[in-house]
Design a protein around this ligand. Structure first.
Ligand code: HEM
Ligand SMILES: *[C@@H]1O[C@H](CO)[C@@H](O)[C@H](O)[C@H]1NC(C)=O
Ligand SMILES: *[C@@H]1O[C@H](CO)[C@@H](O)[C@H](O)[C@H]1NC(C)=O
Length: 347
């Protein structure tokens, strides 16, 4: 963990405080916490047809994460990009050609191969993305939760081509939501998708693990330092990103970079949030009390996160006779074995 820092005393302080607070984090499950099910989704969708689905996913991801912990956050990020960035959890993000060959995409396709070889071509890529994101949270120390299943995948069309084109432009650095740099825009844009302030602040807790490229935050360092950035943290970041466009990465959560916990919110209280949107959650009077609540109560955060991420996972889904089950998650195949008439593309 400490390898990413050259200022050892700075990190030691965090490791110390983190290890104390860590004792209080443990997974929580509360049935009453879940939002209502979207039409066509169910909690036990594959109970008869692929009863061990969830363990196939978990077992494989355990092995993958053991080799490289960095990929876990990228799977949660992928779910967000698909559901929010692509206007619905339909596996569209996986067709972004500019990202083909990335480790994250290959993990999803490997999971599909395992699952289809065990159960046949009955599980959608959209469901696999959902399950993979769920494991990335749980296997990184976060809450264990159930996800509704039964999504279908989008198929390409004129509209779809344009959507994947816009995904291409936004590529790996999510300029997709780059317009969201303050709580005001966040609450507005999330509100349009029926995600309230608690949902929004909870979901941004996804930044409790994972990494960001320098150019996503160096406008807070150069030419003038953002007054909302705590000084020792700013100096730490300047060593990682020596210039605005340095091709380097910083962890999003300086305290516990690879653990899904509530330290992200503790960072915000200390003015050590990495992205402008992160720190602004502690400035805006509507979101500040939520941040404080989560910083002091990890279970409150976990409960709220589960509610919000399950809501996110049901955003604009295709179900029943809509959409397809792709034979390859990364190829926009038109489902040759399926009736064209059953394909619903535009949404
Ligand atoms: C609209 C609000 C959001 C903004 C503006 C935003 C912005 C960003 C940015 C700029 C990065 C760094 C990307 C890079 O430089 O490569 C990032 C990474 C990440 N985001 Fe967000 N994000 C938002 C919402 C979310 C949500 C809702 C989640 C999940 C619940 C999430 C999860 C992640 C994760 C896990 C990473 C790390 C990815 C990795 O390490 O590969 N973000 N986000
Ligand atoms: C998709 O993009 C093409 C070329 O940019 C444009 O001609 C077409 O009208 C777009 N289709 C839709 C449905 O937006
Ligand atoms: C990249 O970040 C590391 C710390 O994470 C730092 O030691 C290194 O000097 C940085 N590299 C460049 C080119 O700035």
């Amino acid at each position: 963990m400490a390898s990413s820092s050259s200022s050892a005393s700075f990190l030691l302080f965090f490791l110390f405080t983190s290890s104390i607070l860590l004792q209080f984090s443990f997974p929580v499950i509360k049935a009453q916490n879940y939002p209502p099910l979207a039409d066509g989704l169910s909690w036990d969708f594959y109970k008869e047809s692929c009863s061990d689905l969830e363990s196939y996913i978990r077992d494989h991801l355990k092995k993958v994460f053991q080799q490289d912990t960095k990929v876990a956050p990228s799977l949660l990020h992928l779910q967000f990009q698909d559901c929010f960035g692509q206007g619905g959890c339909q596996g569209k993000v996986l067709l972004d050609k500019s990202r083909s060959g990335t480790a994250t995409f290959q993990i999803i396709e490997d999971l599909r191969e395992i699952v289809h070889s065990k159960c046949g071509r009955i599980v959608s890529c959209a469901d696999i993305v959902t399950l993979a994101a769920r494991e990335s949270v749980y296997l990184s120390g976060g809450p264990q939760y159930s996800v509704p299943l039964g999504r279908k995948d989008a198929v390409p069309s004129k509209t779809m081509d344009n959507l994947s084109f816009s995904a291409t432009k936004h590529g790996t650095s999510p300029k997709l939501h780059a317009a969201i740099t303050n709580a005001d825009t966040l609450l507005e844009q999330f509100g349009e998708k029926d995600l309230d302030a608690v949902d929004a602040v909870s979901l941004l807790g996804g930044h409790t693990f994972g990494r960001s490229h320098c150019n996503s935050f160096t406008d807070r360092l150069y030419p003038t330092q953002d007054p909302l950035l705590e000084n020792s943290y700013a100096n730490h970041l300047k060593k990682i990103c020596t210039t605005s466009n340095a091709a380097n990465l910083s962890v999003l959560d300086v305290r516990t970079p690879n653990i899904f916990d509530n330290k992200y919110y503790v960072n915000l209280l200390r003015h050590q949030g990495l992205l402008a949107i992160d720190q602004d959650l502690y400035t805006d009077r509507r979101t500040k009390p939520i941040v404080t609540g989560f910083a002091y109560d990890v279970n409150l955060f976990f409960d709220s996160f589960v509610h919000a991420v399950v809501k996110l996972s049901q955003m604009n889904v295709l179900t029943g006779s809509q959409g397809v089950i792709r034979a390859n998650c990364l190829a926009a195949d038109l489902g040759s074995s399926l009736k064209r008439s059953s394909l619903v593309a535009d949404n």
